[in-house]
Design a protein around this ligand. Structure first.
Ligand SMILES: [Zn+2]
Length: 254
């Protein structure tokens, strides 16, 4: 099988060399590593490819995660992303998070998140790049703002939002990506069930923990088996289709 982990944070993995070897052994042929702030975006662009092997490619995405806003110098970081967007396969991880503690305490910060999200979407649009979106608690705003800015290709990563937001994003040809949580999360499972396979990608969001287990790119197999079960298809078929989707969305030559 040939699989792609379309959303990981490789710089945060403890023993990345070993994790890459295990991923390679499981048939993962590409990983897209996200930038969440300036430091991780620089790592994705300049360091991540040192971990590639002959059969596993690593592609950089650059972005500012809504959780990183407080510690970012936003105007400088935006300038960096603007200047380097052409070197990345995607702009991500970007988005909105209305459940984030800072926002729960100060709801006026939502507008600040939306401002930054719009700026990042505009950079993606101007550079013809896809985006990887974090939309927790802000699903409909994320979908509507992405449509409004006019981004062509968007992936709503680990999507757990309501039906109306899902329908709207699918109507615009956007995608969702499935994590290992697809094995147990009611909301994530419902979203996958209601999404055609041509709009589904696989990911791990490594090194996030799923029920106490720290994820690594090899665990894209867990995302695969959950999607196969939910769609009533073989793992082989789902692996072929989702890998083809990854090629199409991210424009990667694998
Ligand atoms: Zn992430």
């Amino acid at each position: 099988m040939k699989l792609v982990d379309t959303h990981a944070h490789l710089e945060d993995l403890e023993n990345l060399d070993a994790a890459i070897r295990r991923a390679e052994a499981e048939g993962i042929i590409a990983i897209i590593t996200m930038g969440s702030d300036l430091e991780s975006s620089l790592w994705a662009l300049n360091e991540s490819q040192r971990y590639e092997t002959e059969s596993l490619k690593i592609y950089p995405a650059i972005g500012i995660h809504p959780w990183s806003m407080a510690t970012s110098n936003l105007s400088e970081d935006l300038k960096f992303i603007e200047e380097n967007a052409h070197r990345a396969v995607a702009i991500g991880e970007i988005g909105l998070d209305y459940w984030y503690r800072e926002v729960r305490k100060n709801p006026e910060k939502k507008e600040k998140q939306r401002e930054l999200f719009r700026s990042l979407l505009k950079i993606a649009k101007e550079n013809g790049k896809p985006v990887s979106i974090h939309s927790r608690g802000a699903w409909m705003d994320c979908v509507e703002i992405t449509i409004e800015v006019g981004v062509q290709k968007a992936v709503f990563h680990w999507f757990t939002g309501p039906q109306d937001a899902l329908k709207k994003l699918l109507d615009h040809g956007y995608c969702i990506s499935a994590t290992p949580a697809a094995n147990y999360s009611k909301e994530h499972r419902a979203a996958i069930r209601n999404t055609p396979v041509e709009n589904i990608l696989l990911e791990t969001d490594s090194p996030v923990s799923y029920r106490g287990e720290v994820a690594e790119p090899a665990h894209v197999l867990k995302s695969l088996s959950a999607v196969a079960e939910l769609k009533g298809e073989t793992k082989k078929k789902i692996s072929e289709e989702t890998t083809e989707n990854a090629r199409r969305i991210f424009g990667i030559q694998i």
